[in-house]
Write a new protein. Sequence first.
Length: 79
Amino acid sequence: MYDTSKLRGRIIEKFGTMSAFAEASHKSMSFISQYMNGKKNLDQPTMESWINLLDIPAIDIGLYFFIPKVHETEQKGGA
């Protein structure tokens, strides 16, 4: 599962709302929500489309799509 917080922020910055982004990306809000919650994966064409819509520089793609989500216990160094 990936941390989508940076991607969410970029979507809001560029489109104002998740629903406006869903419309622009030709995806349903359900699909967007499922991806953001780790229940769906993106295929290559969808990811490329989102990268273009969000003006994400190639060097930063990993920061938006491939940062593993850290569980709270891992953040605190606990068991």
